[in-house]
Write a protein that binds this ligand. Structure first.
Ligand code: DQA
Length: 146
């Protein structure tokens, strides 16, 4: 089983960025922990981060033949990018949308997501733990063969 974790813009700043919202754990440390957890579940996890919409789309396209499921924290692109939505639907790879913060309790512009209606599920508000919960949900979905 091959899983891809995609992090969008500004998530490379985790650990220094708005800590009261996003916590003090770095992206590197989240990725390391998640890779360890994936290995313990016999799953291969690839991690990708970009601040560029086009690079995220290219990454989604190139995963078409090798990835079974995607975990995506698209950052602010969640609320703006029809192009990322189209890329995810275009490759037909099941995905889970995730966020560190609870976007539903924040500014009105964060309450719209272009990804959530076609996601297997959405995990939001659990800080770094959202990544783990999202992976558990994705693996459960894939292992049940749905
Ligand atoms: C975020 C929420 C987004 O609204 C914001 O633009 C981010 C991070 C989160 O993980 O809580 O960059 O995706």
């Amino acid at each position: 089983m091959n899983i891809l974790l995609i992090n969008g813009p500004n998530l490379n700043l985790l650990g220094i960025r708005e800590k009261s919202l996003y916590g003090s754990t770095t992206l590197e440390s989240i990725e390391k922990e998640l890779v360890k957890k994936a290995i313990s579940e016999n799953v291969s996890l690839e991690c990708f981060q970009s601040n560029s919409e086009g690079e995220i789309i290219d990454c989604i396209h190139s995963s078409k033949t090798k990835i079974n499921g995607i975990l995506i924290n698209a950052g602010a692109y969640t609320h703006t990018s029809i192009a990322i939505r189209d890329a995810l639907l275009g490759v037909s790879i099941p995905y889970v949308e995730l966020h560190l913060s609870n976007t539903s309790s924040r500014e009105p512009f964060r309450q719209k997501s272009f990804l959530s209606d076609r996601a297997i599920g959405v995990v939001s508000g659990f800080g770094a733990y959202s990544y783990y919960l999202a992976m558990k949900g994705l693996l459960d979905y894939l292992q049940r063969g749905r």
